[in-house]
Design a protein around this ligand. Structure first.
Ligand code: PMP
Length: 384
């Protein structure tokens, strides 16, 4: 139940990719039939990814993943338009890749402001309005948070950004495939998509760039991807991401219904039975696959290891920040104390999870919490 960190590749995606490793091996830039086959496959994939978010194929640029797409949008976008302003705004709960990119932007002379969120992780729109000014060049707000699941009001953010001449980027890694995303309806300028989160191969992503919006190039070379991102195309990876996007579009609504019911059963089954356990994030305005629950008086790491022994894999925050042992910046931004943030578990469900597994977690976790609390000096007497 740690699909936010890594997902299995859908077998239909794998099957689609296989011929592109050793059979259809042309370079899409080549002027011969093998090259044309690769070029056509990439064209199909670009359309499949575009269709998932209602973009035009020419607005989709393949990258090596969400991190690169975030770099391209934030550094490329801010630098390209720096004559128009030097202020960049992000939310306090962006993914670590976005946070670290803005540290680099600060070094480059940009002024970076973080917009706070409320205790359920929802962006404080009034605060955003105060932060945005005519010197703001770019705003980056994730579509949904991968740790606490909260979905953000992007349309409102876009209106706000555009009224000040700023561009809006959204990291949709945790939202794409979970909720409907329509780049035209939101009126977003940049959107980051990750392949693995759609059931595609790892090491693949895409950046949506609205027609007419430009970036300063960060990968200079042979001019692939319409000059926006040079480097010979990863044809199998692109084909895989395209197929994953197509399957996601077809199956998303049904799968979201199934995951929502698993998620709600998990939340209810754990918080009803385990004393001093609470849901983090928004109770309803959350992606279908995410349950983040905090258990007072214990450490998430101890919980993770005990659950691993029982064959249950979960996370205590973003996998990308897991090695720091710092409490999650997302939970701290929601107002949790350090010790509360440390005692939280993130469940991210996927196609590989079912009802029996949820019931197994509900059966096993209360005993684990009880045992760890009995060992914790922080546990009050009545809970021991
Ligand atoms: N943004 C978000 C919201 C993420 O959850 C992740 C990690 N899955 C990334 C960006 C970075 O993705 P990658 O490591 O695949 O580049």
């Amino acid at each position: 139940m740690d699909n936010g960190a890594a997902r299995p590749v859908d077998p239909r995606v794998m099957e689609t990719m296989i011929p592109y490793f050793a059979e259809i091996i042309g370079n899409p830039a080549s002027f011969h039939s093998e090259g044309f086959k690769a070029l056509n496959a990439i064209k199909t994939a670009r359309k499949q990814v575009a269709d998932l978010v209602n973009a035009e194929p020419e607005e989709i640029f393949f990258t090596s993943g969400a991190t690169e797409a975030n770099n391209l949008a934030l550094i490329g976008g801010a630098q390209r338009y720096k004559k128009q302003g030097n202020r960049v705004i992000i939310s306090a709960i962006e993914h670590i890749s976005v946070i670290n990119i803005t540290k680099e932007l600060t070094r480059q002379g940009f002024e970076v402001a973080k917009c706070p969120v409320d205790e359920e992780g929802l962006l404080d729109i009034d605060e955003l309005e105060k932060l945005v000014d005519n010197n703001t060049v770019l705003i980056s707000i994730m579509a949904a948070n991968g740790e606490i699941g909260t979905v953000q009001p992007l349309k409102e953010v876009a209106e706000n950004a555009h009224s000040h001449g700023a561009l809006l980027h959204s990291d949709a890694t945790a939202a794409a495939g979970q909720i409907k995303l329509d780049v035209k309806e939101i009126n977003v300028d940049f959107m980051t998509l990750s392949s693995n989160d759609l059931g595609g191969p790892k090491g693949m992503g895409a950046l949506f760039i609205k027609k007419g919006v430009r970036v300063k190039l960060h990968m200079i070379g042979g001019g692939q991807e319409s000059g926006v991102r040079s480097g010979s195309e990863n044809t199998p990876g692109i084909v895989g991401m395209g197929k994953a996007a197509e399957i996601t579009k077809e199956e998303m609504m049904k799968e979201a219904e199934r995951l929502t019911s698993l998620r709600d059963r998990l939340i209810e089954g754990l918080t009803d039975v385990i004393p001093e356990s609470y849901l983090n994030g928004h109770p309803t305005n959350r992606v279908p696959n995410n349950a983040n629950i905090r258990f007072s008086f214990i450490e998430g790491e101890a919980l993770i290891m005990s659950l691993d022994d029982l064959g249950i894999q979960v996370s205590s925050g973003s996998a990308c920040a897991a090695k720091t042992l710092e409490p999650s910046h997302t939970l701290l931004a929601c107002g949790l104390k350090h010790e509360e943030a440390h005692g939280s578990l993130v469940f991210t469900l996927g196609k590989n999870n079912n009802h029996d597994q949820v019931e197994y977690v509900i059966k096993e976790l209360p005993g684990v919490v009880k045992r760890l609390r009995a060992m914790s000096p922080l546990t009050p007497k009545e809970l021991r």
